[in-house]
Design a protein around this ligand. Structure first.
Ligand SMILES: Cc1cc2nc3c(=O)[nH]c(=O)nc-3n(C[C@H](O)[C@H](O)[C@H](O)COP(=O)(O)OP(=O)(O)OC[C@H]3O[C@@H](n4cnc5c(N)ncnc54)[C@H](O)[C@@H]3O)c2cc1C
Length: 438
């Protein structure tokens, strides 16, 4: 088990509680990372929130599933919780201390404080996170092919398709070159005044706090944040991601002054990606500024744009639905490096990799979690998304399979009830899996 962060600690625990021995390598404190500040296992490097606990929300479902599969880290998070409204917020010191103590007290886990620079023989889980040490990153690149390893994240925001106002936004491809005949992009048109106001707001937007020094987060010219493009000139965005060429707004019969293009996500039919809109703005500012775009006034954001240092593999090109490397099934990936995003998603993939690795050691069949569950859907997405444009995923309802037609129709006007039904279905499927295989 390489990496004693969120995913690695959970995975090691899952293996140990199945009666197997595991060696857990953690390079801190002898080799620090740019973000961790202690030598503790499972240190939360930034916020102390494990997202919402509102019943029938997608992050709630993921946490419910983890609790039902006896997740060590969820248990410790609940016991380290501090008041945080609807979110599960924890005292980060208490949380990491408790996890470290639990791992130290487990005789089946041997903790080695040492950097791993090459892959050991035997069944291995790589969970070295977004700040994987350079030597191991080189080893992973060698093993997977360097084109499948990324070193930073440039994430565009995603909105719920239903929440876009299609009386303003229109489906079209530039010069009518659509692949499906209906127009591949939903275009939000801006006139000169709206564009100028948008650029003005972008320039005033506040950036997220930098946890890692700027010089270690180089921007690639092809993926500059929109606020950086705005700083380079009032019209730079209009010649970049907001260029209007080849598009005619059916409402005016004219080419708009600028457009924002939204594209369907491959495995996420119900959501749309704001193309080229990666940014570094605080989530609150992002929501306000992006909602000033015509058509997005009531947009529901499933994910905000982000840019940060992140080592991760192109999971759809490399992994199976059980987090095993296709070319070397004895090697598992978990946590941020496996192509997920977020604390709870890291814990979730750690738990699954631990379970599956234990099954492999024991000679049992390695069975993916049911597709209806949040856990199963997360793995389905990371192993099955479009490899050509892969971006790390966090849990949202659009990763889960849609309800059957009759139920959807019955609950057509009640999104909350639809989500509650998806959660009930997930927890039922998880119970069946648990009884049969855990
Ligand atoms: C700066 C930053 C801020 C973030 N903020 C948030 C946030 O607020 N909320 C959120 O949900 N997510 C956040 N994330 C994303 C992600 O959820 C966290 O990074 C999370 O800790 C990932 O869990 P992990 O187990 O994959 O990696 P980590 O928790 O980072 O664990 C990886 C461990 O592997 C060790 N390691 C690395 N290389 C080696 C090696 N060669 N040998 C041995 N050990 C090694 C590291 O020291 C580390 O302890 C943030 C990421 C970054 C980089």
């Amino acid at each position: 088990m390489i990496g004693g962060g969120l995913a690695g600690s959970e995975a090691a625990w899952q293996i140990a509680r199945r009666g197997l021995r595991v060696r857990l390598y953690e390079m801190r404190p002898s080799r620090p990372t740019p973000a961790h500040q202690t030598d503790r296992l499972a240190e939360l490097v930034c916020s102390n929130s494990l997202k919402t606990e509102q019943e029938s929300e997608a992050p709630w479902l993921l946490k419910q599933e983890l609790c039902r599969l006896d997740s060590l880290l969820l248990r410790e998070a609940l016991s380290a919780r501090v008041p945080g409204g609807h979110a599960l917020t924890v005292d980060r010191e208490v949380f990491a201390k408790q996890v470290t103590q639990a791992i130290a007290a487990e005789p089946a886990i041997e903790l080695c404080r040492q950097e791993v620079t090459s892959l050991p023989n035997g069944i291995t889980i790589i969970a070295t996170g977004p700040l994987t040490s350079d030597a191991l990153a080189a080893e992973v690149a060698r093993m997977t092919g360097s084109r499948h390893l990324y070193f930073y994240d440039s994430i565009s925001p995603i909105v719920e398709a239903e929440s876009v106002d299609t009386s303003i936004a229109f489906w079209a491809s530039r010069y009518g070159k659509s692949t499906d005949g209906t127009g591949d992009y939903l275009n939000c048109p801006l006139d000169r005044q709206q564009y100028e106001a948008f650029v003005g707001e972008l320039l005033k937007g506040r950036a997220v706090c930098a946890h890692i020094p700027e010089d270690s987060t180089p921007y690639f010219e092809a993926c500059l944040p929109i606020e950086e493009l705005a700083r380079r000139g009032r019209d730079t965005l209009r010649f970049g991601p907001m260029k209007p060429v080849g598009l005619v707004d059916p409402r005016t019969g004219q080419r708009p002054h600028a457009v924002v293009q939204l594209r369907k996500e491959n495995l996420r039919a119900a959501s749309l990606n704001l193309v080229g809109f990666q940014n570094h703005l605080k989530f609150g500012d992002q929501e306000r500024i992006l909602r000033s775009i015509p058509g997005l006034q009531r947009a529901e954001f499933l994910r905000f744009g982000q840019i940060h240092r992140n080592t991760y593999i192109n999971a759809p090109a490399l992994l199976t639905g059980t987090l095993q490397l296709r070319s070397r099934p004895e090697v598992f990936f978990a946590g941020q490096i496996s192509g997920v995003e977020g604390y709870v998603e890291a814990i979730a993939t750690g738990l699954m990799a631990g379970m599956h690795a234990a099954a492999l050691v024991s000679g049992d069949e390695v069975r993916p979690l049911p597709r209806e569950t949040a856990l199963g859907s997360l793995c389905h997405y990371i192993s099955g998304a479009d490899a050509a444009a892969y971006q790390p995923a966090n849990i949202t309802f659009d990763l889960l399979p849609p309800l059957d037609d009759a139920t959807r129709e019955r609950l057509r006007r009640d999104k909350k009830a639809r989500h509650a039904e998806v959660c009930r279905r997930a927890l039922r499927a998880l119970e069946q899996y648990r009884h049969a295989h855990v």
